[in-house]
Design a protein around this ligand. Sequence first.
Ligand code: HEM
Length: 431
Amino acid sequence: MKTWIRWAALSGVPTVALRMLARRGEPFAQLLTDPHARENPYPFGARIRAEGRLVRKSYMLVSADHEICRKILRDKNFGTTPPEAIDLPSPLRRLIRATDLRLASPVEPPSMLMVDPPEHTRYRKLVAGAFTPRAVARLRDRVREVTDELLDGLSERENADLIGDFALLLPIAIISEILGIPAAKRDDMLEYGNAGSPLLDISISWAQFRAAVAALRESQNLRVGHIERLRRAPGDDILSDLATGGQLTDRELLATATLIAGAGFETTVNLLGNGIMLLRDHPDQLAMLRAEPARWPGAIEEMLRYDSPVQMTTRTALCDSEIAGEQIRAGETIALLLGAANRDPAVFLDPDTFDITRSNARDHLSFGSGAHACLGASLARIEGTIALQALYDRYPELHHVGPATRRGLVNLRGYQHIPVATGAKRHAALG
Ligand code: HEM
């Protein structure tokens, strides 16, 4: 019952209101609820931008403007938006407060993503060392090894699903190693990681919410056991350091492990899937990459810009202020449309064109910006570059068979299945 009430307050009631607004043609409500927007959100983002740089809706402020999004992300007068801080009518807020499920979730405090300084600064300092560009560079060889193993596995098969058989497996293997999670537990992580992702959307069904909460519960049990094991026999990994270091309470430790596992997994899967589909749709760009492999890192930036794996985030005003001529009151919620901001023509020339030679692609906001900027950006870049380059090098005859399907989420934008024929068998027969 408690879980149902929480869903009703966080998602059920807001969705009814959003659907009404969407029917009246309101583009942000459509972006959040319309199935067409799940296929292609960018025309909706462009309509929101045409309404203004920072637009006041009846339920929150919203921006699809690159400069405004970046400014708010970097501004200390704006904090995170945990569920109880969402600027909803007070009866709903009271219900949200009263139904705290006390579950370790990436989108609830004390997850680093959902707390402000000084807690945020303390948590981030403890884990940042494991994700610096230098630390991550040391993982490069391991990313290459795992990629090669996965691609070897594909050579046994005529057909493959590039999500289930490849894109899902690389990030989970690497993040598991970073967290010291044994290989035997990876299938559980995959299952629970997938089920938890809808919680980043506003408009989700009761069935999705219930499944996500159940998955978080299961993954929490798994992680508690894992942390206990690391305390008894610490390994050479960040979670062992945190588990034995005594700087975090058990709840903080669990939240940190849950966030890193969640944030480091589905997002990177989506980068790989979105990138593969962009190269299918732009064979000229793939040809350019084959001719000039040095362009791969730039191509990854353009993939991140053009089809951002994380489409939006929110911030809460900590004090009254004025931005772009709009008076913002303390406590108001602002939706920052990262994916739409990446298509802002004021920053990116011809923004709806996928162009791997674009010189300022790296100015995208796909990793956020400011205090909460993605901790795993260097790792994601390395995984993206190594995995995609190796895939196309290894399988030059790779071709798509049958339609790819999207996951159907609003915020975490990616694919569920990408069926391909690798051409490996044919190649072997010819060889
Ligand atoms: C393509 C892949 C990825 C994308 C697009 C992505 C995107 C993002 C974004 C947009 C944020 C900021 C959210 C906000 O400000 O509200 C973020 C934060 C974060 N990301 Fe990533 N991420 C990716 C990969 C990773 C990886 C591989 C890891 C870890 C191994 C990771 C760990 C984190 C953490 C811990 C935070 C929270 C940082 C903080 O609150 O200070 N991410 N990510």
